[in-house]
Ligand binder design. Structure first.
Ligand code: ADP
Ligand code: MG
Length: 698
């Protein structure tokens, strides 16, 4: 018997259930089962009377008598409705499955205990698919006051795998296997943090004696989960720090840098200067730079990138700048070429649509070092380009360019180049510590002077006339307008472009040619077509650019002062903030107009309100996580997060995360290669091979 045994041998499981557990919960071994934690607990010492019930109560427990059954509805909506009564009143219980079974098991006049969540339909309270058992056998089966509740996929429920069934199985597992659970944290970490043992924690998380013990168990397990993530990330950082020599760029304010500085059309902000100093310090230190540059949209990261690249060139190295989209790569190429006009530096662009002949030229130029700076899309790292002397890589605007992808950069040259990651997506600290936990951080916390804060306005579809009037005014003043339509993300197919096409028609009716020019941009266009549209808009020839979120990041057209977001309720907060950041780049007052349908859900409304009340990317990011962060909901996934967390939360467990990170640092300072902590080394190795593979941080 080991923790790696297949669960089919556990009493109450068997091969059929084992198959279901594997298929729908990804649970195969005893250990998997032990780590299948309850999402909440119900106090089973408390009984409610029927007259006390209300929809704002959580799952409740009632004692009563079944006085009636009827079957209602047909086919899919066919259901069993039972009437449960006590001295204070009666309530309906509703089941869609097991209609025959329940009537047979609990004949009319059975005295039962029922467990479920009261809901309301047509002003009548009812309880959908409650758990039910006989009152007279209930006492025995009462496990304890705090009963664990496991989230159970519908597919399992359909096979009569109820919460009770799972409790029984886990009870069996705990009884049989706890003796084999080995501690996974070093004694010193347990002591410093007053953590209970893993054995104790795994017991108390399933079957807590009381709330305090449950909390201690939860803390211990959350801590462990976050600690190992941090240990993985930080050990990479320590490895680099101790084993990877960085190119030394000793000239930090010479030749090209000096020349650019002289011809710069504006003064750098304090924040830009501070950040450049931090970067220069890294570059001349002899250690490899791995730095994150965070700065809200429009804070001026591009110029920082350019100075950094020129420093590389001044020191005889090549530099690469990678952007997430072709449009953005193109735009960087133009901006940077213009800024470097007349400077002795060779800058080239390489994207997916570069012709083979150009590609060859570029490959050659990179080899013979006639090319100093290469700008391209993220596809650069997949491409077979090699540089003769790559000293620096800059990754722009990519919040999902994780540790693993960054690692690929190393293959582009014999020595590891310096790496600067730039992101405009302000992410909450917890996420930053995870996605970018191996990087040092610089922040631009100041916008260039003279910017007016963007005004954000929420209109619903009935106010469209008002919108059009406003757009006419702005266009008359010589301003330009973006209009963004959502795409259904999973399938960026032509069908889903329908919204955009309908929108185009409606806007062209309001702004007819030849007086008005409307450009269109979406991901399905050929790259030349995209270019053409972008040029039309950037040069001021088009009044309106109708686009999908391809313009989300980076695009910079200072004369565009209005961003209209159609069906804004269908976008996430971070995305809305990014889109809004496309305006407010010049000295004119800019506007972001969020168009939504009339009746918004509470959650959508919160998102829209958050955006209307704040321009602060960090505030919005925290709010975003909070809104997305699951509270007490069954089976909610924290989608789009770098690691699938079993128990800890990205929102709400910030303090545990900070502590876990501190402790991981503490361990690595004592023993950077973990030789002093063989147990940690082992667990880490296992983790890397397992589900929580950190290539997921991407
Ligand atoms: P982001 O940080 O979003 O990438 P950009 O680098 O695109 O921002 O800069 C936004 C705009 O601000 C550009 O038009 C750029 O020329 C301008 N800009 C950058 N730095 C300054 C500065 N110090 N003073 C004035 N304008 C600046
Ligand atoms: Mg940018």
């Amino acid at each position: 018997m080991t923790l790696n045994d297949n669960i089919q041998y556990i009493s109450g499981v068997g091969p059929k259930r084992a198959e279901l557990f594997k298929k729908y919960l990804n649970i195969e071994t005893v250990l998997d089962l032990l780590y299948y934690f309850p999402y909440k607990y119900i106090d089973r010492s408390r009984f409610y009377t029927i007259s006390e019930l209300a929809t704002d109560l959580p799952v409740v427990q009632i004692r009563g008598r079944i006085v009636d059954y009827k079957i209602v509805g047909e086919n899919k909506s066919k259901r069993l409705v039972a009437t449960l009564s006590d001295q204070t009143g009666s309530i309906e219980l509703v089941w869609f499955n097991g209609i025959q079974w329940i009537q047979k098991q609990f004949p009319i006049l059975s005295d039962v205990v029922v467990l479920g969540k009261p809901l309301e339909f047509n002003r009548t309270l009812y309880i959908p698919h409650p758990e039910i058992e006989f009152w007279n056998t209930f006492e025995e089966s009462l496990i304890q006051n705090l009963q664990p509740q496991y989230s159970i996929p519908d597919k399992l429920k359909q096979h009569a795998i109820t919460n009770k069934v799972i409790i029984k199985i886990i009870q069996a597992v705990v009884k049989q296997y706890t003796s084999q659970i080995n501690e996974t944290l070093p004694e010193i970490i347990l002591q410093r943090n007053q953590l209970i043992s893993l054995k104790e924690a795994l017991y108390q998380i399933h079957f807590p004696e009381n709330i305090e013990k449950q909390k201690k168990a939860e803390y211990r397990l959350k801590f462990e989960e976050l600690f190992y993530i941090q240990l993985q990330i930080l050990s990479l950082k320590y490895f680099r720090r101790n084993n990877v020599a960085g190119f030394i760029f000793s000239k930090t304010k010479d030749n090209l840098v000096k020349l650019l500085y002289k011809k710069l059309p504006f003064k750098l902000t304090h924040a830009q200067i501070k950040v450049l100093n931090e970067i220069r310090h890294d570059l001349s230190s002899g250690k490899q730079m791995n730095r994150l540059l965070q700065g809200d949209v429009g804070s001026g990261k591009t110029i920082v990138a350019l100075f950094t690249m020129l420093t590389a060139v001044d020191n005889g190295f090549q530099a690469a700048l990678m952007a997430p989209t072709e449009i953005l790569a193109q735009q960087h190429f133009q901006t940077i070429t213009e800024l470097c006009h007349n400077l002795p530096v060779n800058i080239q662009l390489l994207t997916g649509s570069s012709k083979i002949s150009q590609r060859k030229e570029i490959h050659k130029g990179l080899q013979d070092q006639t090319i100093n700076i290469l700008i391209g899309t993220h596809a650069l790292i997949e491409d077979d380009v090699t540089f003769a002397k790559l000293g620096l890589v800059i990754i722009d605007e990519q919040h999902r360019f994780g540790v693993a992808q960054r690692a690929k950069l190393w293959q582009k040259s014999t020595n590891e180049p310096h790496v600067l990651v730039m992101t405009a997506t302000p992410i909450p600290r917890t996420l930053a510590m995870t996605i970018y936990g191996d990087l040092d951080v610089s922040i631009i916390n100041e916008l260039p002077p003279g910017r007016k804060p963007i005004k954000t306005i929420h209109l619903d579809d009935s106010q469209r006339l008002k919108l059009f009037q406003f757009l006419h005014q702005q266009i008359q003043k010589g301003r330009q307008v973006y209009v963004v339509f959502p795409l259904i993300k999973e399938s960026e197919t032509l069908i889903s472009l329908k919204d955009l096409e309908d929108g185009y028609e409606s806007y062209s009716r309001e702004f007819p040619p030849p007086k008005y020019v409307i450009a269109v941009l979406h991901g399905q266009m050929k790259s030349q077509e995209k270019d053409f549209s972008m040029q039309l808009f950037a040069s001021g020839k088009a009044h309106i650019l109708i686009a999908t979120t391809v313009i989300e990041v980076g695009v910079n057209v200072p004369n565009a002062t209005v961003m209209v977001i159609e069906s804004a309720e269908r976008f996430g907060l971070a995305q809305l903030h990014q889109l809004r950041g496309r305006v407010g780049r010049g000295s004119e007052q800019s506007y972001c107009i969020l168009m939504t349908k009339n009746n918004l859900s509470k959650e959508s409304n919160m998102r829209i309100q958050t955006l209307c009340e704040s321009n602060d990317g960090f505030y919005i990011a925290e709010k975003d996580l909070e809104l997305r962060g699951p509270g007490d909901l069954e089976g909610t996934q924290q989608s789009g997060m770098p690691f699938d967390l079993k128990i800890a939360r990205y929102s709400g467990d910030e303090q545990i995360l900070s502590k876990a990170r501190e402790e991981a640092e503490f361990i690595l300072q004592k023993s950077p290669d973990l030789k002093l902590f063989p147990q940690l080394q082992l667990t880490l190795k296992k983790l890397k091979n397992e589900k929580n593979d950190w290539s997921k941080i991407s």
